[in-house]
Design a protein around this ligand. Sequence first.
Ligand code: ARG
Ligand code: GLU
Length: 714
Amino acid sequence: MKFLKLLILFVFTQVSAQQGGMWIPSLLKGMNESEMKKLGMKISAEDIYSVNKSSLKDAVPQFDGGCTAEVISDKGLILTNHHCGFDNIQSHSTVENDYLTNGFWAYKMEEELPNKDLYVTFIIRIEDVTTKVLEGTGTLATEAEKQKKIQENISFLNKTLPKEAWQENNIRTFYDGNQYLLFVIENYKDVRLVGAPPSSIGKFGSDTDNWVWPRHTGDFSLFRIYADKNNRPAEYSKDNVPYKPKHFLPISINGIKENDFTMVMGYPGRTQEYLPSMAVDQIVNTLNPVKIEVRDAALKVQDGFMRKDNAIKIQYASKYAAVANYWKKWIGETKGLKKSNAITVKQKFEVAFKEKVILAGKQAEYGNIISDFEKNYSEIKDFALARDLFSEVVLRNSELLQNSYRLYQLEQILKNKGEQAFTDRKNNLSNGIVDFYKDYNAMVDKNVFEQLIAIYAKRIPSQFLPNELNNLNAYQLTNDIYNNTKLIKLEDFRSLLEGDSKTVIEKINADKGYQILKVMADAYTKNVLPKYDELNLKNIATQRTYMKAILELFPNNRIFPDANSTLRVTYGKVKGYKPNDAITFEPFTYLDGVMEKYVPGDYEFDVPKKLIDLYNSKDYGVYASKGKIPVAFIATNHTTGGNSGSPALDAKGNLIGLNFDRVWEGTMSDIYYSPEICRNIMVDIRYVLFIIDKFAEANNLINELKIIAPKKKM
Ligand code: ARG
Ligand code: GLU
């Protein structure tokens, strides 16, 4: 008895310690199926991915190239996050019909709204094409030549490998260039908006709650895919018909308990799980801190103005949210990497790695990897820092420098591509800039500039500091620029672009704002970029060899390829966590928690009246669990940006939720996944259905779904 218990305990900790990973759906059978079954999965790998019959993958398209969606009816209805559909919801909104504020619901198909440029991508099949891609690269001497040949092979294969006329081939690299997979895909381009809750549900908690557990956001929206009469992809036409999917997800409202199996399918964007310790050290101690410092300063300035002035709040809300998203993520990531001793863990692995290399007699091939990394990363450090600073200060957070940089590119285009290209770009810029100035406030930008230029001068390694910023008086420089520049008013900006190329170049070069940008950009492109690129290429090559060696020497480790925006499966268990001493988080939240956070009239925590009424009358329909409406839950699934909108599935492959975020303490999972603390956040499908059914009263939509409900007790 005792022995059995011990054994069970042992098996359990083994399994839970092994979680994490984003796996390739076509390879689950060999790599994951038995572990998934151990964790509780009731379906087979073939049910998830098959080329011979319909499978889960046929219900999970990528949404608009960045997010994930899932098909939930036989009429092409799809679900994704509110924040993924946000731009499309916004684009249909006017002052009279403000769908962002009030929500939007199509009660008939005719009311569904077409979206210019929105598309979803289905995967038809996945094939290994490594040998073909690497053909003819073995004899090439330099990394640059190899990369060039690989790119040539890929474009040739994309064009020539068999596919139907309406399909596309898309070859992607895995394991840092050790494997290449072909994805045959179909892009559906007629995707219409069907439903979205008001932002006070879909974005509830906004930036304050972003990356945070416990969470109470109804982060979902609904779209529908339309196809031509043959069910094939087609541009928008009113003659198109609802898409008939090969598979759509049944929805379970049976409820979930802690430790239940869950799995998430989707298109995670980028992870770096196999970086060596020195790279992680650089992220933790050099790069993240400076990026956070820049954004800290910019956000503080903007926030100060936004709080005082409602017009500025509207102008800057969306820009602020975008910058704040990764600012907050990097802070959590840095803390998490430190707390979990990720650097030490990696260092230990590197010691073991070196021993393994010797044991296997592979010194000739792999003996220099770690020392090469040491050398490369120490050499690249200053260049990487300068690069991140430039991109955060100039390209991301100072609007004046951002626009000046556009002019800088214009000047480069004239030099490198001639008059016609110059004129085309100039006209584009002049037209495109109109939208920018609608949401621009020179006072805010001026204050941001003063802060950021000072940080730039202080933090940039001194060998890259342009003379003009030596002994900088930020206050004086800022006033001098903003009192004279033509870059802070739409009409002035456009007047700079009037005239022939010679006149334009003269005018912009006479502008004080442009002058400072040019000094910075020249120094950057001359002194930082070329050397950075050279060293980075070395790191890429070393990383590829390192990955190859890991795969070869540690065949029993669970080694998954880093995320690369291709379809992956991750799985784990519903589970709470302990972020800090004396704090334990439960894995479920409820509507009661929405009401606890409710601040009437607040831009982040207001609650719509109808939802309050439903809460007070407890009009919960079939969606309640023990008298409460579930809102969100967390699990140990390994996800990242791009997994937004991904279906959370139960052991049978039924939809139980929608992925939309991670917990702050676990955002380090992009670099180092720890099952102790890394959790993904999902909105409970019962909350989604409750909002569609009781809040929006969109019975037309509920009737389309295949809902699996608890069996009634006799
Ligand atoms: N953190 C989530 C994801 O990266 C949600 C972002 C959107 N929400 C927001 N408040 N900015 O990307
Ligand atoms: N919100 C993220 C997205 O837009 C998903 C959260 C994450 O990074 O884990 O894809």
